[in-house]
Design a protein around this ligand. Sequence first.
Ligand SMILES: Cc1cc2nc3c(=O)[nH]c(=O)nc-3n(C[C@H](O)[C@H](O)[C@H](O)COP(=O)(O)OP(=O)(O)OC[C@H]3O[C@@H](n4cnc5c(N)ncnc54)[C@H](O)[C@@H]3O)c2cc1C
Length: 495
Amino acid sequence: MNRRRFCKTTLAASMAALYPFMAGCEKKGTVATQANTSIRGISLGGAEIELEKAAIRELGDAMTGPVMLSGHPDYDGARKIWNGMHDKHPALIARCQNTEDICHAVDFARERNLLLAVRGGGHSWPGKSTCDDGMMLDLADMKNVDIDAAGQSAWCQGGALLGHLDDATLARGLVTTAGVVSHTGVGGFTLGGGFGRLNRKYGLTIDNVLGAEIVTADGTVRQVSADNEPDLFWAIRGGGGNFGVVSKFQFQLHSFDRNVLSGMLVWPIEQAREVLEFYAEWSPTVSRELYVGPVMATMPDGTQIVAMEVVYNGDPTQGEKELAPLRAIGTMMVDDVKVQDYKVTQTKEDAMTAHGIRSYAKNGMVKEFTQDLVDDMIDAFIPDPRAAIFTHTAGGAVKDHGELDTAFPHRNAETMLVFFTGWTDPDQDAEGKAMCKQWHAALENHTGGYYDNIEWEGDASVVGNYGPNYARLSKIKGQYDAGNLFRMNSNIKPT
Ligand SMILES: Cc1cc2nc3c(=O)[nH]c(=O)nc-3n(C[C@H](O)[C@H](O)[C@H](O)COP(=O)(O)OP(=O)(O)OC[C@H]3O[C@@H](n4cnc5c(N)ncnc54)[C@H](O)[C@@H]3O)c2cc1C
């Protein structure tokens, strides 16, 4: 028996628990030591369970990456996720470094009926990537992106951030649709749909997924694509983390000149009617190259604005022509739309959405940007620097797919209205949440369905929001995760 295999045996694991620094089997940072022989865990159903230290050590020895308990020097950093509202303490954090590690962690959780949270980039608004007393399966070390330039595709590990994906592709003159903040995780972002500034030309991120490697609840590694386990492939394109842990995605890439016409056009809020009324008429006529969407916000100094975010994915001269009618509206405070590196645009919101912010979000899909919507947007405006409405413009290639083609069903929307509140003082939690709900409620009648990835309360209405796709999702869930091990998400119940 080789030394590594020996370390995996129960006998060796028990000995290692007794002698935590046993020469030869100890791996730096595997497990924090405590005097007692078990720690408290929580089951999938919420009951208290005991986790044997020896078994945890066995997991640590089997994995390449560390398993961290409270007291480990990296535990506190690892347990934190983006939204400062969630201060959870998992019983253990399994930081995976490869697919085999994921299998070991999934087996450990399933065999003990242990609550399991999977952390990709940690940006879940409702905090689904962490938990108290369960396992956090942490993919933060799995962030490689391998580019096949000739084949115009990329294999991207499940813990990579959008910035890793953009950096790797842009360096080769290639790109795929990625979201607007570079520290967001590729994992949760892609599994939910993936809206970004290039989606009108290239479709949602899920429309660019060619395949994936996924570890399902039984610990099996599966390669899924249109030809291989097509039902599972369909389900992970919009069904969130319900079906397993994606260790890597394969993305379609597109040739791309990173010098793009992009930036913001900003007007004082007093001109909101003129700007938005024009937008309502003009936006359905623009090309797929043009991504343009409104923002309404209050700056930290109290200045209230209506703005348009612009990215033109094509010849800048043509872009200038197409943008000219919008630029002619009213009197702008700022026009910084110019040819600049796409990476500048893709990172410009990183600082204002930095880790640790306390935040709440809701959204709604809008089929038509009507004059009635404009009226209500103006009436409902909340002049508070902690609140903003922005939009994820859709249409174009997003509509090339039908509502049944992928698990994400909301294909016929022209835009998504996003209601965002953010603050830092915990005493403002109730107010921050209420403000977001109030703004959303005022405009909800213009929306139909929502994008689960930017929604705190998604779990409550998951059945209706998937519309005709829910029954199929539930059946596939039953096939691959009948015990509902992967439940820390907007949960699809297995049938
Ligand atoms: C600042 C900010 C900006 C955003 N911008 C955009 C945007 O431009 N466009 C857009 O579409 N969305 C955007 N979102 C929403 C984003 O898509 C979701 O928050 C998404 O869940 C983030 O993924 P994550 O991996 O970082 O999150 P996590 O919190 O790690 O995970 C979210 C969910 O996905 C699961 N999960 C994560 N990785 C995996 C994996 N590899 N395998 C299986 N399950 C996994 C988790 O278990 C959890 O249920 C933004 C969010 C934030 C906070």
